[in-house]
Design a protein around this ligand. Sequence first.
Ligand SMILES: C[C@H](O)[C@@H](O)[C@@H](O)C(=O)CO
Ligand SMILES: [Mn+2]
Length: 596
Amino acid sequence: MTDTAYRFQQGFPKIGIRPTIDGRRKGVRESLEEQTMNMARATAALLAEHLRYPNGEPVECVIADTCIGGVAESAACADKFAKAGVGLSITVTPCWCYGTETMDTDASIPKAVWGFNGTERPGAVYLAAVLSGYAQKGLPAFGIYGEDVQDAGDTTVPEDVKVKLIGFAKAGLAVAYMKGKSYLSMGSVSMGIAGSIVNDAFFQEYLGMRTEYVDMSEFVRRMEEGIYDDTEFKKALAWVKEHCPEGPDNNPPQLRTSRERKARDWETVVKMTQIARDLMVGNPRLGELGFGEEALGHNAIVSGFQGQRQWTDHFPNGDFMEAMLNSSFDWNGIRAPYIVATENDSLNGVSMLFGYLLTNTAQIFADVRTYWSPDAVKRVTGHSLAGAAEGGILHLINSGPATLDGTGEQTKDGKPVMKPFWQVTPEEADKCLKATSWRPASVEYFRGGGYSSDFLTRGGMPMTMSRLNLVKGIGPVLQIAEGYSIELPADVHEALDKRTDPTWPTTWFAPTLTGHGAFRTVYDVMDNWGANHGSISFGHIGADLITLASMLRIPVNMHNVADDRIFRPRAWGLFGTADPESADFRACGNFGALYK
Ligand SMILES: C[C@H](O)[C@@H](O)[C@@H](O)C(=O)CO
Ligand SMILES: [Mn+2]
């Protein structure tokens, strides 16, 4: 079985489509059956065309067996959906129907209603009626209503409706897919980083996820007792020798380790990579080797590795393991990334998970290290920042865990991009590997050695940095900054990079400014960042993150997404419309965590 087939054998949540209808027979219902079912079919076709599951297959929709005119048909549909593994629902209708009788009352699944904007029958009146019912019952639902009136026979889905259907479905699938999966904590708290205090109540109540914990000594046990696939190890080590060039040792001469020691470190970091992956998702080969329990894994969709300091004070650091697992390729070929947070920062891991599930692309994990003002750059390099970097830049850099996809060596129409694994070509994977060197770890920090990935992200990529923070008294809060990766002249990058640890991967990032709040200046973005880390996703996905956060009842405390791209449940407007940021906090607080 391939890596991808094995990992995704549990399957994926389906999208349930509910065509609702006016139940009156002898004329009304009969005249609407076909138009209503056509809306359901058009919605299913649209979503299957535009959305893919993490394994690259088109998403699947399940349509109710009949149109839903009343509660009996609602119940039959709920039954069908439960059996089919539906994780989110979209109700569609061109006409008036009976609100509370036809609504979907399963509180845990995200819901949307598309009310056809026509004149012959009042679909939009039903939409308003049923959304008031959802609000009254504490079941927030998304309302979709095309801006322009359509004729009754028009089976097309207007552009504005398409955007909303896709936006809702993408976020709803993320909610449904993470439910029941695990965060695997490998080790405990890293260097007092609060995000690595893995909070089980948050995972359980907000994400529907489990938290699993293993001590890092499990790596030692598996290495010493041979609980890994040695055939794969040999193949991996040979591949690493060919594709992962070792960079220069930046340590002071007296701290440099011997060639023998470096060779041993390579073996250890490859084994660590195999072991972390096996811990996350299991490995059927371990079963064949007589390790049935270990073969099963922890059903983890995201994990974190403490590393610093107990592990890294003695063993090679986790950088190679984290960087490779977070990438879309390794010695087994091109495959979906595993999501692994460094320093076991589970909250940044969740931000990575959100970005991954919304895009199917690999994520960059980084320290939000330095704000470089235009004046400071000018002072130390003589260079004047311009274009998207005009207002200053952020230096995103951390030992290791940034995906190698973050080199920007995949391209579309000649421009750097990060792609879902099924679009990545072997040549592109090779280019990402060639753009990365593996520098012997800084031994002052990492006494146990290891290798840190060193690369520079290509400029001009639209990117979104996000971060989940926990605040006592509120709970989780999400922050989002859309912007661009920046390409500096080589000597300017050199000069700035050499002032910190040059063995780590760098992304120069310029957030898009709005002129107010946290986006008045780049300095303000840095000054308002809630923690030491951020997760960076390719593309401008701020709107999708906001939709997802609202489904999970996580308020967004700062973002630079234009108002007309924001899509939240209709009830959010009932908490105030002039200041949606504050209303979001009230709405999330009022409805509470999705699985409470
Ligand atoms: C080597 C250092 O301990 C780094 O790992 C540290 O600066 C961080 O990344 C903190 O987030
Ligand atoms: Mn860090």
